[in-house]
Design a protein around this ligand. Structure first.
Ligand SMILES: [Zn+2]
Length: 101
């Protein structure tokens, strides 16, 4: 049975709606954390895997910084909290789903 049931809800995959629910309630969270050598990194959580690649690319271009997508989070070098919300909205995210700390 393992592999045929959803890890989250335990329902068979054809009945599981977790992914749909997740998409509908998708929350984007942006915050800054310090990495080694005291370098700030802006983390954007909650961008869905399918769009993350495009989002990283656009953010890197608009902010002129380095960035990557790791373990479900977008990481951008530097502190971009002032601009991140506006840019995400331009990329098609709903202002209300974005939380900036
Ligand atoms: Zn499920």
């Amino acid at each position: 049975m393992v592999g045929n049931v959803c890890e989250k809800c335990g329902l068979p995959k054809e009945l599981c709606v977790c992914e749909v629910v997740e998409r509908e309630t998708q929350k984007i969270k942006a915050y800054v954390t310090m990495r080694k050598f005291r370098k700030p990194v802006t983390i954007v959580e909650g961008v869905n895997k399918d769009s993350a690649k495009t989002v990283v690319k656009e953010l890197k271009r608009k902010l002129a910084c380095g960035g990557s997508y790791k373990e479900g989070n977008i990481e951008l070098q530097g502190n971009h909290l002032r601009n991140i919300k506006g840019l995400l909205v331009k990329l098609g995210f709903d202002e209300e789903q974005i939380e900036v700390e």
